[in-house]
Design a protein around this ligand. Structure first.
Ligand code: ATP
Ligand code: MG
Length: 561
């Protein structure tokens, strides 16, 4: 029966919450809940991992339990401490704290003893076949496999060979250890799966003390069991591994951890396989794992995402039993929603067009009051300098206004946000006929942007005082891929053909001077332009800003037009 916990109030509990609530109610494992998050330290965590983290840590917290962080480091050739450190940093940033930090490699000794135990019981053997022979011998989904000629080695012989494998007597690929299950099993993974392979690789933790390494299936469940994990939650593709997970636990007679599967997170316009993300990094398509266009947690952080936004997104996506693809716009929706509450409003111009207010006194500067965040009274106000020469956004002017263009054009009046009503009187052009300067007049009675006589203007535009503007490099991002499913490409092509060539645009921004005083971790909304943050590359005298997300979903607009 579903138990209502604080977190589920107002919504139906998901299937994992139901299972755990029932276990707690029935006193399974004494009502204790211990989950684990098991990353392989072979890359940086991405938004899909964030989902898994939220589930594992979230469920444990919800039911008064704990979560272990376990590095699944059984693949020494691909793993590195660089990744271990980044994974820890990302989990902490999301706001979760693990109860214990563990490594599958901590258990290599125990796993080896369990392998001996299986051999003694006649449940594992050393196979001399080549990789190819093993593959062929396994059969197919429609055809049973055939027994290896080495399958009936005696326990004594197997143990001797295992010890010699461990001692480094055989070259890589010469032998493997396999479980002795059933070569005709309908589940291919049960057809004598491999437990150990020989690998003369340096391990980032165990160094050179091992030259045989356990396979995922011979490590994961047993590691769970060693740690007394009660609910081992993983993604759907592992459901076929579950019988094997249970088989080892049963044959070894060890703590009965149990595996549960949920649908992995997939996002439109996004690749999430670590192998592909690594390729993007290694081939220089992006500047690194934390390039703000990447779906990694460190990239989202650098781009200005908040942990709250990521967690709200994970919660909204929910826990499903079937694979699905989530619209990237949903993630962007949640970061907008969160930043709307916390971002300081500022003004800045990214594509400047100069304006001279001919009616405004030469040399005069007024400091106009502006609110920092209409969503948060506590955020206070600031002063913005107004003077005779300003920058406005080039897009906010049209010499010959298009239909429904209500912003500035010759003869029309607009409101300058927090400033004055101005009217465009005439334009100056360069030799190419491009408008380079607007001559405007202002209405002194409209100071602060208020209508003096009830007269209406159709638009309010942002601006900065030219003499006071501080300059910054501003990085604008678009989706890294131009197709909804980057893995979908014509024959003979590559997923990389789907990269969006315009995913990064760098412009010069002209910003109101108070931006230079903001702390490095400030969240900023440049009015009408989007949410921004300082990049790691930012310096006090050469600021660099990243646009986290525009204010509106421009992709939805394109699709809807
Ligand atoms: P990748 O396929 O990107 O290399 P992985 O599954 O090999 O990912 P691990 O480090 O093994 O990466 O993953 C750690 C945990 O995160 C696992 O429990 C895995 O199931 C989960 N996980 C990985 N990708 C996703 C995803 N897209 N959605 C939800 N959970 C995920
Ligand atoms: Mg994995």
């Amino acid at each position: 029966m579903a138990m209502e916990t604080k977190e589920t109030q107002g919504r139906t509990p998901n299937f994992l919450e139901e299972i755990i609530a029932a276990d707690v109610a029935n006193g399974t494992h004494g009502g204790r809940v211990l989950t684990r998050f098991p990353p392989e330290p072979n890359g940086y965590l991405h938004i899909g991992h964030a989902k898994s983290i939220c589930i594992n840590f979230g469920l444990a917290k919800q039911f008064g339990g704990e979560t272990n962080l376990r590095f699944d480091d059984t693949n020494p050739t691909k793993e590195d401490v660089e990744y271990v450190d980044s994974i820890k940093e990302d989990i902490r940033w999301l706001g979760f704290q693990w109860a214990r930090e563990r490594y599958a490699s901590d258990y290599f000794g125990q796993l080896y003893k369990w392998c001996e135990q299986l051999m003694e019981a006649g449940l594992a053997y050393v196979d001399d076949q080549t990789q190819e022979e093993i593959r062929v011998g396994r059969g197919t989904v429609t055809q049973p496999g055939v027994n290896s000629p080495w399958r009936d080695r005696t326990p004594v012989e197997n143990l001797d060979l295992l010890h010699r494998m461990r001692a480094g007597e055989f070259p890589e690929g010469a032998k493997v250890v396999r479980a002795k299950i059933d070569m005709a099993h309908p589940n291919m993974l049960m057809r004598d799966p491999i437990l150990y392979r020989i690998l003369y690789a340096h391990h980032h933790r165990t160094g050179d003390s091992w030259c045989i390494y356990p396979m995922y299936d011979f490590a994961h469940g047993q590691c769970d069991s060693i740690e007394n994990i009660t609910h081992s939650i993983c993604t759907l593709e592992f459901d076929v591994h579950r019988p094997l997970y249970d088989w080892f636990i049963e044959k070894l007679g060890i703590f009965p951890s149990h595996q549960y599967e949920f649908a992995r997170l997939n996002l439109t316009y996004t690749v999430m396989s670590k192998r592909r993300l690594l390729e993007l990094v290694q081939t220089g398509v992006v500047a690194g794992w934390d390039d703000p266009r990447m779906p990694t947690i460190c990239a989202l952080r650098r781009r200005g995402y908040t942990p709250e936004a990521v967690k709200a997104f994970a919660e909204a996506v929910g826990v499903a039993k079937r694979d699905n693809v989530i619209d990237l716009s949903l993630l962007e929706f949640y970061v907008r929603e969160d930043l709307n509450k916390r971002a300081l409003r500022r003004m800045g111009v990214l594509n400047p067009l100069k304006v001279v207010i001919d009616t405004y006194p030469q040399g005069q500067v007024e400091w106009l009051e502006a609110v920092n965040n209409p969503e948060d009274e506590g955020a206070g106000t600031r002063k913005i300098p107004f003077s005779r020469e300003l920058y406005i956004e080039r897009d906010d002017f049209m010499e010959v206004p298009a239909k429904k263009f209500y912003r500035l054009s010759p003869g029309t009046e607009v409101r300058l946000r927090y400033g004055y009503f101005i009217r465009c009187e005439r334009v100056e052009k360069d030799a190419n006929g491009e408008v380079v300067l607007l001559h405007c007049s202002h209405d002194p009675a409209s100071r602060g942007g208020n209508s003096p006589d009830g007269r209406k203007v159709k638009s309010t535009i942002h601006w900065v005082s030219a003499q006071h503007a501080v300059e910054a490099e501003v990085r604008l991002f678009d989706r890294l891929f131009k197709t909804i499913d980057p893995s979908d490409y014509p024959e003979g092509g590559s997923w990389k053909d789907n990269l969006n060539p315009n995913s990064l645009t760098v412009v010069r921004g002209y910003l109101e001077p108070s931006v230079a005083e903001l702390p490095q971790d400030a969240k900023i909304q440049f009015e009408r332009l989007g949410y921004f943050c300082f990049d790691y590359d930012s310096q006090p005298h050469s600021m660099v800003l990243n646009r986290t997300v525009p204010l509106k979903d421009t992709w939805a607009k394109v699709a809807g037009e």
